[in-house]
Design a protein around this ligand. Structure first.
Ligand code: C2O
Ligand code: CU
Ligand code: CU
Length: 513
């Protein structure tokens, strides 16, 4: 198989192929001097009307391309990810070079079962070191793509781990390169990883749809510009919000049909406050899989960067109708973004179009799966997020005067252990945000259970148990969760606004015997 050519977006009528760039120059890893982004959101008149591209609204939602399993042994999945540059003409007058897995944006879907052993080989053909981090999965620390374990340009390694029973859920993989995670992700490197249960209680008659939401900024020449100083402060938000790599696509549903949507927020920094006109969501799962019971009747869902949800959407409208999936304004406390940020306006994501055959709604079981609470915590930890004026050179090369993002007053040092936990011990962590911006907190290697969150400083107990590996900590609020680490070794914890993570809003947890 020719690994240089892959189908990017296999929609009917628009098969777009990305071509690998090979070893030539072209990609810039510069952190500063970015070209200013286009000031206005693009319109459909800017793309060729004759040949639809990934930026043409109204195309069918592309299915994710699955990573091929090269193993024929039961319960074994062997796949290859090639980190490589790949170019695509998206607009008239320029081509866009992405950094990709297997020339696909988003990366290929890894679709596996609980109990499977995965061997995934990563070939690094990028001009920069990379790693693959298995976000949310309970993989051994040595296999988790930590920034301390880079894969140099031109080299490769194989990650190997077994997915335990109980780990069914919606995960993802992305680079975790020291100081270059944000760049590698905004250039295109992220993919969905679904772990399935062989005893999934959600009826198979409910059709599954996978939605990977990312965003993209293009310079006037079609290239993906470097981060600006403002991006390093606030986290980068691209101008085009894409679903499965496609701008404002159309998803079909039949009247009465129920669909199970697994949604990943794969953006660097954008908060998605999801709403679907004339429909309510039924929440059935979070980062680490199904809830104990479905939560129906939700008019909106806030999905912070790196979070996932499983929703049931039931088609309540008539044939020919349509409804818009949008992200509503959300104020995450960004500095100086004014009307440009996600605080400002509704962002259309996808049109749900009633075009399929009518169907009879499928009932969900009243109980999905038991979630046992952790026992009483025998250790506590408290982390403080803060922002302060930096003295040194920021990542944007801006020198002093830039905000620095810190955990417990410190900036990340890969050689330093910040916290120690005992393996298999129940701990209660409190994350306190003393900055005026929201930060999505993420801990590697495990799933935690949120116990309470403050609102206006007043703690509110969480209504029900859920498995999470990311929790948003709003400005000047705190979140409390219980957690167990089940393997010895070093784990990362950090803000999942990737620009903050790259600038040091990250720490090392050493799990000891
Ligand atoms: Cu999704 Cu440490 O990251
Ligand atoms: Cu992670
Ligand atoms: Cu942050």
């Amino acid at each position: 198989m020719d690994r240089r050519r892959f189908i990017l977006l296999g929609t009917a009528g628009s098969v777009a192929v990305l071509t690998g760039c090979g070893g030539g120059g072209g990609a810039s890893s510069a952190m500063s001097g970015g070209v200013p982004p286009p000031s206005a959101p693009p319109t459909s008149t800017q793309v060729p009307s004759t040949s639809p591209t990934a930026l043409t609204p109204g195309q069918a939602l592309p299915d994710l391309v699955r990573l091929e399993n090269a193993s024929t042994t039961p319960n074994a999945f062997h796949g290859t990810l090639v980190a490589e540059r790949a170019s695509k003409a998206l607009r008239v007058g320029g081509s866009t070079e992405f950094w990709t897995y297997n020339a696909l944006v988003p990366g290929p879907l890894i679709d596996v079962f609980e109990g499977d052993t995965l061997q995934i080989r990563l070939e690094n053909r990028l001009p920069q070191a990379t790693t693959v981090h298995w976000h949310g999965l309970p993989v051994p620390p040595s296999q988790d793509g930590n920034p301390m374990d880079p894969i140099a340009p031109g080299s490769s390694r194989t990650y190997e781990f077994t997915l335990p029973v109980g780990s069914a859920g919606t995960y993802w993989y992305h680079p975790h390169t020291h100081e270059h995670t944000a760049e590698q992700v905004f250039r295109g490197m992220a993919g969905l990883l679904v772990v399935r249960s062989r005893t999934d209680p959600v009826p198979a008659a409910i059709q599954e749809k996978l939605l990977v939401i990312s965003d993209l900024r293009l310079a006037p020449d079609g290239s993906i510009p470097a981060n600006t100083a403002m991006d390093w402060q606030n986290g980068r938000e691209g101008d085009y919000v894409l679903v499965n790599g496609q701008y404002q696509p159309v998803l079909s549903i039949g009247p009465g049909q129920s669909q199970r949507w697994r949604i990943l927020n794969a953006t660097n920094a954008r908060y998605l406050r999801l709403t679907l006109d004339q429909h309510a969501f039924t929440l059935i799962g979070t980062d680490g899989g199904l809830l104990g019971a479905a939560v129906p009747g939700l008019s909106e869902i806030l999905l912070a960067p790196a979070q996932r949800v499983e929703l049931i959407v039931t088609g309540g409208l008539a044939a020919g109708a349509s409804a818009l999936l949008q992200s509503l304004p959300y104020d995450r406390g960004t500095m100086g973004m004014g009307m440009m940020g996600s605080a400002a306006s509704n962002i259309p994501l996808l049109t749900l179009s009633y075009s399929g055959p009518a169907a009879v709604p499928v009932a969900l079981p009243t109980a999905l799966r038991p979630i046992a609470p952790f026992g009483v915590p025998t250790a506590t930890k408290r982390l403080v997020f803060s922002a302060g004026m930096g003295m040194g050179m920021g990542m944007g090369g801006m020198g002093g005067g830039m905000m620095q993002f810190l955990i417990d007053g410190k900036s990340f040092d890969p050689a330093r252990v910040d916290l120690t936990s005992r393996v298999n011990q129940v701990e209660q962590w409190t994350i306190e945000n003393r900055s005026s911006m929201d930060h999505p907190f993420h801990l590697h290697g495990t799933q935690f259970q949120v116990v309470s969150r403050t609102r206006g400083g007043v703690p509110i107990l969480e209504a029900s148990l859920a498995w999470q590996d990311v929790v948003n900590v709003p400005a000047l609020e705190s979140v409390v969760f219980n957690v167990i680490q089940r393997e010895v070794g070093r784990r990362m914890y950090h803000c999942h606004i990737l620009e903050h993570e790259d600038q040091g809003m990250m720490g090392v947890l050493d799990v000891i015997a």
